[in-house]
Write a protein that binds this ligand. Structure first.
Ligand SMILES: Nc1ncnc2c1ncn2[C@@H]1O[C@H](COP(=O)(O)OP(=O)(O)OP(=O)(O)O)[C@@H](O)[C@H]1O
Length: 294
């Protein structure tokens, strides 16, 4: 579904260039539910905005389904955004209309795109567990319920790909579990591919695959040891240890053999610009460079 290779994004301000993505590689299979984690400034939102067609890549390859987002024409980009992707942000609910009901809020974007499908709007609200509340005005719903209305809206255009940027950033743990359960259900039942961006490790622990971004590059991949295990709401996750407890961690090696060594390892070993690499037949050992002189 998603194929990024050597993806680069450079932001140019007056006299400054920020390289937000430095040649990132990422593959996401159709029907996958996965998470992208990374510290603040690592490039997560930049990646999501590019995948959502909100920002243009500077170089590299980025494909979503049949679309090449580097070469896409402006007309096709509008079509792509309308037909292929749905977006959820942390504070999505802020964009909803408080004096309309949940159902009317879902119908609004349908109206703007020229076709209201009331049966589908109701179905969406049922999927997010708001069947009984669809005729309530938005201001009568809690923050978590409003976020669920926002999820229903993101599916109005029947997207094949759902992009969620910190979707549980401003809700409590119980609501966060509920939202994750909705994602899993949607993923299973309608086969939609879902990419969640978060810095919340406990949230990341609830999906089968997590890709960590560091300094604009994919650095580590965590794959669930037992993908059938449903760990939503498990104690391990709430303790924040969920990711390491149920996932195996792999360092990402790109097509030409490059990998990223975590900064803390380099600092501990005092490695700056060079290292020694040895292969003992089974392992590759990276050490500080041996001193040459005296
Ligand atoms: N419009 C912009 N103009 C200039 N620099 C930008 C712009 N957007 C992002 N950046 C820079 O690109 C880098 C990556 O930012 P990005 O927002 O993608 O990170 P992030 O991982 O999503 O962080 P956070 O978790 O804080 O949202 C940062 O150094 C940021 O300052």
């Amino acid at each position: 579904m998603i194929d990024c290779e050597g993806l680069v994004k450079i932001y140019k301000t007056d006299d400054l260039e920020v390289v937000a993505l430095q040649g990132l590689n990422l593959k996401v299979n159709p029907g996958e539910l996965m998470a992208i984690i990374g510290n603040s400034g690592s490039g997560k939102s930049t990646l999501l905005n590019i995948l959502g067609g909100l920002d243009h890549p500077s170089a590299g390859q980025v494909r979503v389904g049949p679309w090449d987002l580097l070469k896409i024409t402006p007309d096709d980009l509008v079509k792509y955004k309308r037909e292929t992707v749905g977006f959820i942000w942390q504070n999505n609910a802020r964009n909803l209309l408080p004096y309309l009901t949940a159902l009317e809020n879902v119908e609004m974007p349908m109206m703007l795109s020229g076709k209201v499908d009331r049966a589908y709007a109701k179905q969406l609200l049922e999927w997010v567990g708001l069947k009984e509340r669809m005729n309530n005005k938005l201001h009568q719903l809690s923050g978590g319920e409003q976020q669920r209305v926002a999820i229903a809206i993101s599916l109005c255009n029947r997207p094949q790909l759902l992009l969620a940027d910190e979707p549980t950033g401003s809700v409590d743990t119980a609501t966060s579990d509920l939202i994750m359960n909705i994602f899993r259900k949607l993923n299973r039942e309608i086969g939609i591919t879902i990419v969640i961006v978060t810095h919340d490790l406990s949230l990341a622990g609830k999906v089968d695959r997590v890709v960590a971004i560091r300094d604009g590059l994919t650095s580590t991949e965590f794959i669930k040891r037992n993908p059938n295990m449903n760990t939503v709401g498990g104690e391990e996750e709430h303790s924040g240890k969920g990711l390491q407890a149920v996932h195996e961690a792999y360092v990402v090696v790109d097509r030409v053999g490059r990998l990223q060594v975590p900064k803390e390892y380099l600092t501990t070993l005092g490695i700056t610009d060079k290292a020694t690499m040895e292969f003992d037949g089974e392992r590759i050992v990276i050490s500080p460079p041996k001193s040459l002189g005296g």
